[in-house]
Design a protein around this ligand. Structure first.
Ligand code: MRU
Length: 347
C-alpha cells in the first residue's frame, strides 16, 4: 500500500495521461489508476474514482486533453478538429452537474481552444500547459484558504466537518481540511469530528483516512449525532467545503450539510464554508438555481454490495443540498473570509 500524506497529488497530468488516486477503494487500498481516454475520464468522474469539486475540475481539464489526443488521430482539418473537441468538452461537463468547478475548468480549456492560432499539435500542447497550471495553482489556493481559515479557529478547538473537502477532494491540501491542517500546524491541540456522510461515506472512508495519516486527532461520528455533541458544547465550529456558491452566498455541498448548519445555528456554533473562487458561481442569484445531482438508488439500498433494506422500498437519493446564506457565518476563500452577502461584490 502506498503511504498517503497530504503532499501527494490526488490527480496529476503525466505527459500523455492522467494519474489519479482511486477514491472508491480507500481505506481498504490506496492505489493510483491511469486514465488514458476521454471516455474513461468521463466515467472516472461519474463513478467517483475522482471526486470533490476542485479535483473534478482538474479531471475535466485533463479530459479535454485526452479527447484532443484522440481527435488528433482522426482529423487533420483544424476547424473540424476544434468543432469536435468543443462538443467533447461540453459532453465532459455533463458527467456531474452540481460542482461548478468542473464547468469552470473546462471553460478555461475551451477559451484556449477557441483562441488558438497555431497547429493542432501546438493547441494540444497549450491545453497541457494550462491543465498543469490549474493543477499547481489548486494546491497554492488551498494553502491560502487554509491560512486564512486558521485565523478563526480558536486554540484547542474541535472542528466538525461533513463529507471530504480534503487533499483527496482537491489536487492536494484541501479546502475545509486545509483550514484544519493550517490550524493544526499552529496548535496541535486542535481536533476534528468527522461526520460519516451517508450514503457514500466520504467522511468515514476518506476524511478519517487522510487526517489520521497526517496525525490529526479525528473522531468519527454518524450523521445524526452532530446535534447531540453540539448540545454538550463539544463542537467549537463547523467547517465544510462547497460544490457551488451562488451570488447571495447560498452554498451547495454534500447532502446532510444543511442539517448540520441548522443544528449549528440552533446551538450558536459558527458555521463556515471553505472554498476557492472557482466554486463561486455569481451567474446564479441563489441556491434555488443549483442543479442537484440524483445518484443511483443502490448507494442507499446497499452497503458494500449488501442490501440493508426491504426489497421494493421507494428510494430517493439527492447527492447534495443547499445551505441558505443566513445559516453561514463566513465563506473562507483564497482572497480572505467573506460574509455571504459580500460574495456578489467580491467575485
Ligand atoms: O460527491 P462528492 O464526494 O464529489 O462530494 C464532495 C463534496 O460535497 C465536497 O464537500 C465538496 O466537493 C468540496 S471539496 C473541496
Amino acid at each position: 500500500m502506498v503511504e498517503f500524506n497530504s503532499r501527494i497529488k490526488t490527480i496529476e497530468w503525466v505527459d500523455t495521461y492522467s494519474k489519479m488516486v482511486d477514491q472508491t477503494i480507500i481505506p481498504y487500498e490506496f492505489k493510483y489508476v491511469n486514465i488514458t481516454t476521454g471516455e474513461d475520464m468521463y466515467d472516472a468522474i461519474k463513478t467517483m474514482i475522482v471526486r470533490g469539486a476542485p479535483a473534478i475540475g482538474i479531471a475535466g481539464a485533463q479530459g479535454v486533453i485526452l479527447f484532443a489526443q484522440e481527435l488528433e488521430k482522426k482529423y487533420t482539418d483544424k476547424a473540424e478538429f476544434i468543432k469536435k473537441l468543443l462538443e467533447k468538452a461540453d459532453y465532459l461537463v455533463t458527467s456531474r452537474p452540481t460542482a461548478v468547478n468542473l464547468k469552470w475548468a473546462i471553460e478555461k480549456q475551451k477559451e484556449i481552444i477557441k483562441s488558438s492560432k497555431g497547429s493542432i499539435k501546438e493547441l494540444i500542447s497549450e491545453l497541457k500547459t494550462n491543465a498543469v497550471k490549474l493543477e499547481n495553482e489548486d494546491i497554492e489556493i488551498n494553502k491560502k484558504i487554509g491560512d486564512n481559515g486558521a485565523k478563526i479557529v480558536p486554540n484547542g478547538a474541535t472542528i466538525l466537518t461533513h463529507c471530504n473537502a480534503g487533499a483527496l477532494a482537491t489536487v492536494g491540501y484541501g479546502t475545509a481540511l486545509g483550514v484544519v491542517r493550517s490550524a493544526f500546524a499552529k496548535d496541535n491541540t486542535v481536533q476534528v469530528f468527522a461526520d460519516e456522510t451517508r450514503p457514500r461515506q466520504q467522511g468515514a472512508r476518506l476524511t478519517t483516512f487522510e487526517l489520521t495519516m497526517d496525525g490529526i486527532p479525528t473522531t468519527l461520528i454518524t450523521d445524526g449525532m452532530c446535534s447531540y455533541f453540539m448540545k454538550k458544547g463539544m463542537i467549537d465550529l463547523v467547517v465544510v467545503g462547497a460544490d457551488r456558491i451562488a451570488a447571495n452566498g447560498d452554498a451547495a455541498n454534500k447532502i446532510g450539510t444543511y442539517t448540520v448548519a441548522i443544528s449549528a445555528k440552533y446551538h450558536n456554533v459558527p458555521f463556515y464554508v471553505a472554498a476557492p473562487a472557482s466554486t463561486i458561481d455569481t451567474s446564479i442569484k441563489s441556491g434555488d438555481e443549483i442543479v442537484i445531482e440524483e445518484r443511483s438508488h443502490e448507494e442507499v439500498t446497499h452497503i458494500n454490495g449488501k442490501r440493508i433494506c426491504a426489497e421494493g422500498v421507494n428510494i430517493i437519493n439527492p447527492g447534495f443540498d443547499v445551505t441558505p446564506a443566513e445559516l453561514i457565518t463566513g465563506i473562507i476563500t483564497e482572497k480572505g473570509i467573506f460574509k455571504p452577502e459580500e460574495i456578489k461584490d467580491n467575485f
